[in-house]
Design a binder for this molecule. Sequence first.
Ligand SMILES: *[C@@H]1O[C@H](CO)[C@@H](O)[C@H](O)[C@H]1NC(C)=O
Ligand SMILES: *[C@@H]1O[C@H](CO)[C@@H](O)[C@H](O)[C@H]1NC(C)=O
Ligand SMILES: *[C@@H]1O[C@H](CO)[C@@H](O)[C@H](O)[C@H]1NC(C)=O
Ligand SMILES: *[C@@H]1O[C@H](CO)[C@@H](O)[C@H](O)[C@H]1NC(C)=O
Length: 356
Amino acid sequence: NGVLLVLLAVAILIIVHRNLLNLSDFLDRENPGQILPFEAELSPGVRQKTERKRDEIPVLITATEDRLGAVIVAMNSVSRNSKANVAFTIVTLNDTVDHLAWISKTTLKNVKYKIVIFQPELLNGKISKDPKMLEATKPLTFARFYLPMYIPEVEKAIYLDDDVVVQDIQELYEINLKPGHAAAFSDDCDSASAKGIVRAAGNQLQNNYMGFLDFKKEAIKKLGMKANTCSFNPGVIVANLTEWKNQNVTQQLEKWMERNSEDLYSNTLAESITTPPLLIVFYKRHSPINPMWHVRHLITGAGNRYSPQYVRTAKLLHWNGHYKPWGRTTSFSDVWDQWFIPDPTGKFHPVRKHAD
Ligand SMILES: *[C@@H]1O[C@H](CO)[C@@H](O)[C@H](O)[C@H]1NC(C)=O
Ligand SMILES: *[C@@H]1O[C@H](CO)[C@@H](O)[C@H](O)[C@H]1NC(C)=O
Ligand SMILES: *[C@@H]1O[C@H](CO)[C@@H](O)[C@H](O)[C@H]1NC(C)=O
Ligand SMILES: *[C@@H]1O[C@H](CO)[C@@H](O)[C@H](O)[C@H]1NC(C)=O
């Protein structure tokens, strides 16, 4: 059944891809001279396929309509901070494709990227049908479960949440995965992250499995996992897609996603719907990512723990949690602003305290 769904999804993707190609033909006729990324994929003259493929760093990122500025900042920091040959796969919903013309109207137009449409139908029957839950469940957060489907034919790839600023991504890409591991994540228990978590969650400590999974439930007990095992943050993933496929990671994740309706998971924050299946499937089966490569909990307020010096030396900043650098109150939004490129369509504006 799962296999059929995946096949169906792939078929839909191919159709969508063809539609996009036709769209790009159309656009090209409208604006002669503008080379669209979709086209570059096809024309051998435009793309020196064979030799460059090897060193290409594939990066998957999702683009959500109401926070497109985040994708722009992430892409801009990645491409300007690295000489690496990065190829972005931007997974988005159909309604957002037009708005993504933002990219092609800026200096980012020379960055290698392709846009892929996520079909929310992919998740039918796998996540709660309760409309209130669906609201909280942002379908694109599940795109990372399907990495090999979106980035086929490569062995190693990176997934990034959109709310990040990244230094030289080549270094992240070179993180070694242990044999047999399909992914690397940054653990929540190194001292820097752990302190942030205590503050972020108030009185609820959420840096171990107990914070995400209900260990009173039989299905969880049966797995024999230790409840006090350190959790990890799936906002940055370095993946070995060969292993991912060999171990059927996507199917395993789908299985645990479906069981969401059994209330196995500790809370209903959107992000926590995505995290528990990953915690289960990668329990004691993932490699570490250096904490400096995933500095998070950039929370605001008095007694903010990180010094500006520390933030400057961070390799990757992740504004996880509720406060976003394009929002009204957050820390270090000045760093984020340095990478922001205004939206030529005028639809997206960072909210600032002194905006008026
Ligand atoms: C795209 O265009 C090609 C050639 O112009 C055509 O054969 C094909 O049916 C079109 N695809 C879609 C999905 O419309
Ligand atoms: C995408 O949106 C367009 C226009 O709104 C619509 O015609 C098309 O059928 C949609 N495609 C998919 C795959 O949902
Ligand atoms: C990925 O996993 C495969 C299968 O275990 C292994 O042969 C390969 O060396 C790994 N590649 C990387 C880059 O870790
Ligand atoms: C993965 O799925 C395939 C096909 O369903 C199956 O043959 C294989 O044994 C599975 N591998 C693992 C490690 O579960």
